[in-house]
Design a protein around this ligand. Sequence first.
Ligand SMILES: Nc1ncnc2c1ncn2[C@@H]1O[C@H](COP(=O)(O)OP(=O)(O)OP(=O)(O)O)[C@@H](O)[C@H]1O
Ligand SMILES: [Mg+2]
Length: 469
Amino acid sequence: MRSPSLRRRLLTILVVPMALAWLGSGALIYVLALHYANINYDRSLVDGARALERMIRSESGREELSPQVRILMEYESAEPTYYVVRSLKHGVLASNIDLPAGIPLPVIDATPRLDSVDGIRRPLRVASLALHGDDSGDTIVVSVAETLAGRHALAREILVGTLPIVLLLIALVLVLVWVGVSRGLHLLDPLVEQLAQRRARDLSPLDQRGVPIEIRPLTRTIDALLARLRELLELQERFIADAAHQLRTPLAGLRLQAERALGDPRPESVRDALVHVERLSAGAGRAAGQLLALARAQAINESASGAARVDLAQLARTYIAERVPDALAAQIDLGYEGPAHGADVAGDPVMLREALVNLVDNALNHAGEQGSVTVSLTCELSTIALGVEDSGPGVAAEWWPRLGERFFRPPGSRRDGSGLGLAIVRRVADSHGAAVVFGRGRDGGGLRVTLRFAALAPDEPQPSRSSRV
Ligand SMILES: Nc1ncnc2c1ncn2[C@@H]1O[C@H](COP(=O)(O)OP(=O)(O)OP(=O)(O)O)[C@@H](O)[C@H]1O
Ligand SMILES: [Mg+2]
């Protein structure tokens, strides 16, 4: 496919209006030319009528035109001139045409009047004037007429003379547009240069100096993209640093245990080392899984998948059913309180499940034997609260604000853990516009974590996830 061209685009946009402008200017020129031709032709027609009047006045008897006058009047110029001399008493005295009756009578001795009349074959322009006849009470009307052909011919001549000039001007404009676009595009050269000279890791905003204002929306979009790339790069770097940090300790532990087993080949020592190896590798595996989950939760806004309608009630019930065997094994009473379905929110079902997994994991880990874990869903008018609480020792209130920080574990945390579970929960909640609230369980003990979502009305269409600009 041919690449779009600004010049071609501009020219195609301009060609039709320019052609119309050319035709319009042609019509205007013709009308104007005809107007001025009319003024001039009318003037000479009036002059003709006056000349005839003077000749008649100089004649002795006004009933007859002398042969000299006739010759003068009938002399064929380029445009045939018609004349009629008539007396109101004696009728037509001399003429070389039959003018239609009904031309209004001019006022005696006043300036000649001009009329457009329909002649026998074509329209005529007539200049008439009146003078006193020899007979007392008689009036002589002198009329000189001509067709309109001369005027139109002159207007046409002017038109034919000027139209090519207008056409030339239009062609000049189009050439200037062509050249102007090329020259105008050179204004982009500094920006192109700036981008070309960037190092791959330089994601700072573009230098806007010298960038034409028409191009600013483009540079702003590039800047927004650079900002997102910066964020993504930071995320990746953090992930790599976190992964290295998280895996270094278990790897060092594994090596230590291997050295121990090699140095003391007694079966009980080897077994003890293997127990440690098993625990360390399980911890490393879990840490890697948590790191990946956190990275996925952080990149959620970058994912192309739009938000789906997720029924939290169904999600919670399904997940709890999966964890019942674990709870039974740990002698923990795991329960659900809330509607069976119909707690719809807009979101990513995989990430929402990941948040629930971490909350229930923590609760089961800390509830203690014979303890209880309750997942509850409360649907209010416009919010849905998902709560997970347990009957364990809970977390001292002073640490609540820090829960959800990456790798934060309150002092004295007993169990193994990477300290990423609540960070995942907080990130998922943030990307779903949900608030995270920490509190105590219903008997004043344990920890209760509540996520408060905006509810989707039953018939509300699925909103698309807001993407950052
Ligand atoms: N329900 C709970 N009861 C008591 N303490 C809790 C509870 N949930 C979390 N904590 C404390 O908060 C800390 C951080 O929890 P978080 O889930 O972020 O990490 P973790 O459980 O240690 O590791 P992991 O990444 O494997 O989940 C835990 O180490 C624990 O001390
Ligand atoms: Mg956890």
